[in-house]
Design a protein around this ligand. Structure first.
Ligand code: GLN
Length: 538
């Protein structure tokens, strides 16, 4: 038995990937939090990258950044959006991180001449990382999601660590939820349980018995199917939970509540059940589902084909839309296909445009063209990170007449590097974990649009970048109307730019989307959406 009282709920996945373990984990966490339990969620990722910071969004969706500057899996974004509680590096473990630590201990001679092996050394390291979150005594329950699908070679050490932990902690302190798929065969008009039977068996081969099955399905499960699953998979019939497809991920907590997932989980853990208070959550849902108006926003970037690439931005618009009681229709536009000839036709129907974060040369000219168009036509503009940098380049080229103005990321030889590498970045060669990351303070200038949005003079926002606005150009930009309305006091880095005489034009060096949650929608998104509503009414 552990000394602390923290209990663990593990979530494993079977049959198929992309079943939404993160959403089920976050929804259960929400229900437990709404009963007064202190909860956090942890994601174990079996890939060998040390973190997803070096992964292309096409590979792995968005890279989410925490306050402490960890580059993490996008599921941590869901955890924060559902729970309204910040996560940290300790909430995301990868195989790369585990091996990095074990190998460095081996180099320090810490294994005292032993042969270093997957069991016990890798599994011990995994267990230590899992228990570390619980050791602080901050949480009643920790939900631990194992990435991938059971049976994957790379997730085996995690399942083995789970088996050992369950043995050590006991069944009252650690339970296992297995998320699985019940496919529907239209030819036979039947839901099929066999794949689930097999994945539960695969888990058992590793010595782990699932306590609860959460079954993703397109059709409702009748009692007969639930009984069959219970019988073949060694679980109580009230532990077979249906998770039928819903329109929004934010409906999942209510569905899991109706299916009593929280109740059966607490019963297994021998903890008290109280009716969850979901009032503020349901108020949000009511507003979200009953919009009084609709607006259209263009999201301009280069990873627009995949909805996971800009996950936090899309979710932030859902939160901000609910506050404004408006349906926000986001249309992704690929910046590579925008040019001076088609920009009017492509953008005229939008009530606002957002230029997304990004890296590298591809597609930047299209972003700059789009920004020129919205600047001249008074369409609300919101630039995030690279989007802010592109707004500065556009202004320098077209208002300051510095025609070759650029970022040195795009053109290292430009005569007008209005965006340049930060001083402390100049000698860095490693790509992983070396950007300016995490939460940094920013002072906001009074009587600016930014100040009217935040209604405070000091904020903290999360960052992920190497380049910055080159302060040599700040005076010229200011004289011509582009002002720095937010700055970091210590480093003098410009964090926010805006232009006067425009209905709503803001570029931010940081990523506000990482901090928007259901219960605390981000003020910049809320204000941008209301500017877009105003634009529509004109
Ligand atoms: N590529 C830019 C930089 O490194 C912007 C990064 C981003 O948009 N997150 O500064």
């Amino acid at each position: 038995m552990m000394s602390s009282q923290t209990k663990y709920i593990f979530v494993t996945g079977g049959v198929s990937s992309s079943l939404g373990k993160g959403i089920v984990a976050a929804s259960l966490a929400k229900l437990l939090q709404a009963q007064g339990y202190k909860i956090t969620i942890q994601k174990l990722d079996p890939y060998i990258n040390v973190d997803p910071g070096t992964l292309n969004p096409y590979e792995h969706g968005e890279c989410y950044v925490t306050n402490d500057g960890a580059e993490t899996d996008l599921d941590l974004g869901h955890y924060e959006r559902f729970l309204n509680v910040p996560t940290s590096q300790a909430n995301n473990i990868t195989t790369g991180r585990i091996y990095q630590s074990v190998i460095s201990k081996e180099r320090q001679g810490m294994y005292l001449g032993k042969t270093v092996q997957v069991i016990p050394h890798i599994t011990d390291e995994i267990k230590e990382n899992i228990k570390f979150l619980g050791s602080k005594g901050e949480f009643d329950i920790i939900i631990t999601e194992i990435g991938g699908t059971v049976g994957d070679i790379e997730s085996l050490p995690y399942v083995e660590a789970l088996r050992q932990l369950r043995w050590e902690m006991g069944e009252d302190n650690l339970i296992v939820i297995h998320l699985t798929l019940i496919p529907y065969l239209s030819a036979a008009k039947e839901l099929k349980t066999k794949p689930t039977q097999h994945s539960v068996k695969t888990l058992m081969e590793s010595g782990v018995q699932a306590d609860i099955l959460v079954c993703r399905t397109e059709h409702e499960l009748n009692d007969e199917i639930k009984e069959k699953l219970a019988r073949f998979c060694n679980v109580n019939v009230d532990c077979v939970i249906e998770s039928v497809d819903v329109n929004t991920i934010y409906d999942v907590p209510n569905h899991m509540y109706r299916e009593r997932l929280d109740k059966v989980a607490l019963k297994k853990l021998k903890l008290n059940y109280n009716k969850p208070d979901l009032n503020s959550w349901n108020n949000f849902l009511k507003k979200y589902k009953n919009p009084k108006n609709a607006i259209k926003i263009a999201l301009i970037g280069k990873y627009v084909e995949l909805q996971d690439s800009y996950k936090s931005i899309l979710e932030s618009f859902i939160h901000a839309g609910a506050v404004n009681e408006v349906e926000v229709n986001i249309v992704p536009l690929h910046s590579e296909f925008i040019n001076s000839k088609n920009v009017h036709e492509k953008l005229e129907s939008f009530n606002g445009i957002l230029v997304a974060p990004g890296f590298g040369e591809r597609g930047v000219e299209g972003k700059i063209e789009a920004i020129k168009y919205v600047r001249l036509n008074g369409i609300p503009f919101f630039g995030i990170c690279y989007g802010m940098q592109m707004a500065v380049i556009e202004y320098a080229r077209n208002v300051l007449d510095l025609h070759d103005a650029n970022s040195t990321e795009v053109n290292p030889n430009t005569n007008n590097p209005v965006i340049d590498l930060m001083e402390e970045q100049k000698n860095i060669t490693d790509k992983g974990g070396t950007m300016r990351l995490g939460s940094w303070a920013c002072d906001i200038v009074k009587e600016t649009l930014c100040h009217s949005v935040y209604k405070t003079e000091s904020i903290d926002e999360r960052h992920r970048h190497r380049y910055e606005l080159n302060n040599k150009y700040l005076e010229q930009l200011h004289e011509k109307g582009l002002i720095a309305s937010g700055k970091n006091k210590d480093t003098n880095l410009v964090e926010v730019v805006e232009i006067k005489n425009h209905p709503w034009f803001i570029g931010v060096q940081f990523h506000p989307e990482y901090k928007s949650t259901v219960l605390s929608p981000h003020p910049l998104f809320v204000s941008f959406v209301s500017a877009a509503i105003l634009n529509k009414s004109k």
